[in-house]
Design a protein around this ligand. Sequence first.
Ligand SMILES: *Cc1c(COP(=O)(O)O)cnc(C)c1O
Length: 367
Amino acid sequence: MTKIQETTLEINLPSLKANYHHLRSNLNPNTKFMAVVKAYAYGSDSCEIALYLENLGVDYFAVAYTKEGIRLREAGVKTPIVVLHPLQLHFKDIIKFNLQPSIYSYPVLESFLKVGKQENQYPVHLKFNTGLNRLGFNAEDLPELLKKFKAQSQLKIASVFSHLGASEDINEKDFTLNQIKAFKEIRNEIISMLSYRPLFHLLNTSGILNYSREAEFDMVRSGIGLYGFGNDPQYNLCLTPIASLKSIISQIHHLKPGESVGYNRGHVASVPMTTATIPIGHADGISRQYGQRNGFLTLHGKRCPIVGNVCMDMLMIDVSGVDCKAGDEVVIFGPEHSAAELASTASTISYELITAVSQRITRKIVY
Ligand SMILES: *Cc1c(COP(=O)(O)O)cnc(C)c1O
């Protein structure tokens, strides 16, 4: 592997493929797979990831917002793309770029019907709330909602879905089983009232890993699992983080006792110490919470705590006792240096750390 010369997010496509196959191996071969590539494919590179997954044969992509879907279309992605949280402002673009909206409320439905007046059997995805209380129709809406759909031919229900609120949390198993039960009731009612059969889907990554026996239905939706995290140490063993965030030492400083490092004298040396300045900061997604020795980077296999306050474009690590020089590589996270573990030092989760990696950081695809 060539030495990096700037802060770089390496994205390993063979690992993505292995994660995809691992997730699939838990499922019935006929079950469809929706790859969630919102937020730049969880901070990596949505176009590269989507084109690669398209080749592997995923059935659908999901993005959160319309612009994310447009990017994929402009990159040449042909697979159906669901926009999970479409805003009315973008409905014209949804149709123009052949994207498929999630319809989660009556106002959204009415407004999409208006924009899509000319359409015939345009595919939409009905979202139901079964306990997350974020987006979705409620089960009580069903009779009237289905009546509305039967009275028109503009839109076709391609799928019906809901989202689990605590699929990774075994202490909330009863809550999840209740969500599954509620979704099954919705499904039965729709099947009995509709003349055609939409796809039904409920499970996200942790749902696939914990509840595929109970709730696989016709399709699953996975994001974090594709990127290498199973939200559980046991599942993490079978998945490989696809992204490695690396940087290099810009400069070394030797501090005498009483000297300080960084803004507001964030750390004052009590004994002689050596610090290294790294070209990545809170504007790149390494928030100030990681400072003050909470977070760490890995240098020559040794953990070096982040000292003082994280700056916008740089941070400093304590390299006392580590043989190093300017230009040496440091790892912020990667397959051997879990983003989940680093995230926990700032009381957050892998999802937040990996999606925060700023767009000014160079992406390098590893084939
Ligand atoms: C983000 C999202 C997912 C993916 O969840 P993971 O935990 O990353 O697998 C699935 N479904 C919906 C509705 C989402 O918003």
